[in-house]
Design a protein around this ligand. Structure first.
Ligand code: SF4
Length: 365
């Protein structure tokens, strides 16, 4: 896979429109250098592999372990998670499932912040990941040192961070939110007269700000997958499929969100595919979501929203390179050798638990 430099597409135009806490070391450069190292070594999407699946299932039973997989992982992993009594879900439900599960070992097939969150919420359990190198451009682009400085400069603001952040950033925050509850939490805080400092996703932050009218100061981070979706490409696709509905994750640029029939988290987009009557769905999020979406709407046609655009700026092509580091092979190795255990500094974990607990309680109320 070729890696091209960050290019000015539709998404980049948004940068100038957002209030932002611009990182002194340029998070985009940080992300790109990280990708240059990782993206070329991402394993290919695996399929079939009944032998390896049987081996993993046997080890899961031996180890009293369960798989907690994100919607963006390889379909073979999602299938195995479901077939072995685990779960496939968004990051909030992944956290819930791990907390409520009877299994003593949680295999988190996702990215680093999901493993950390599972460990913080269930410190008594062993948390393993197929790859500890699987991270997230939002997490990389919000380093704790600079984030602390940003917070220190705005002590009058309530700090709300997206779940896609490190444990250290969560420990500094007042609230953690997922995309499924971000609007509701900020609406609640706004009703209390609170001003918000938001990090790290500027597009999700911009969307929440527009929906709620809250006073929000935004960190300048972005998801390399969702930032690539192109409004013009979707409009072109609608010429071919005029009856299609457009489903968009709010980590996408505002110009893409503006043409959506439904905007929402992964779980909300799957629900939208079921609820909307349209025969085709144009979907602007990681294409891993199609595994669950096809289960829900087997008779509808699912189309991935265009990413490359006329400038051919596609880097991830709607497939997160870090999620792709979760393969059946790395999963088997992890459960066989009990390697890649996740640890979180207990002091950081205690502090992060406060903002995470608010998220869990808010959703549960
Ligand atoms: S899809 Fe985007 S937000 Fe999700 S893990 Fe990958 S880089 Fe992070």
């Amino acid at each position: 896979m070729n890696v091209v430099p960050w290019a000015d597409g539709e998404g980049s135009e948004m940068t100038a429109q957002v209030e932002s806490g611009v990182s002194k070391t340029n998070p985009r450069g940080l992300v790109q250098s990280h990708l240059n190292r990782l993206i070329t070594s991402s394993p290919a999407i695996s399929s079939g592999h009944n032998d390896i699946k049987q081996q993993i299932k046997a080890r899961l039973i031996e180890q009293n372990a369960t798989i907690i997989a994100h919607y963006y992982t390889d379909p073979s992993i999602q299938e195995l998670a479901e077939a072995s009594g685990g779960v496939v879900s968004d990051s909030l439900e992944m956290a819930r499932f791990g907390k409520d599960s009877d299994a003593q070992t949680l295999i988190v097939a996702g990215v680093a912040f999901m493993g950390e969150t599972a460990k913080i919420l269930t410190p008594e359990k062993r948390v393993l990941m197929p790859s500890l190198a699987a991270t997230c451009s939002l997490d990389i682009g919000c380093q704790i040192g600079e984030f602390n400085e940003f917070c220190d400069e705005h002590p009058d603001r309530t700090v709300v961070v997206y779940a896609n952040t490190s444990a250290a950033v969560k420990a500094r925050a007042d609230w953690v939110v997922t995309s499924s509850i971000a609007v509701d939490v900020v609406e609640h805080l706004d009703s209390l007269g609170q001003k918000i400092l938001w990090a790290p996703d500027k597009y999700l932050g911009g969307y929440v700000k527009k929906q709620t009218g809250a006073d929000m100061l935004l960190w300048d981070g972005s998801c390399i997958v969702h930032e690539e979706f192109k409004a013009q490409g979707i409009l072109d696709l609608l010429q071919v499929y005029p009856d299609a509905a457009v489903l968009v994750h709010p980590e996408s640029p505002q110009i893409v969100v503006d043409i959506a029939d439904r905007v929402g988290s992964t779980s909300q987009l799957i629900a939208a595919a079921r609820e909307l009557p349209n025969p085709q769905m144009i979907v602007a999020t990681d294409q891993g979501i199609f595994y669950k979406m096809r289960q829900v709407v087997p008779d509808k046609e699912l189309l991935i929203a265009p990413t490359g655009g006329s400038g051919a700026t596609c880097r991830s092509c709607a497939n997160c390179p870090w999620m792709a580091m979760n393969s059946l092979e790395t999963l088997l190795s992890c459960v066989e050798t009990l390697s890649n255990e996740v640890f979180v500094d207990p002091t950081i974990a205690r502090k992060a638990m406060v903002s995470l607990d608010r998220m869990m309680q808010f959703q549960g109320s």
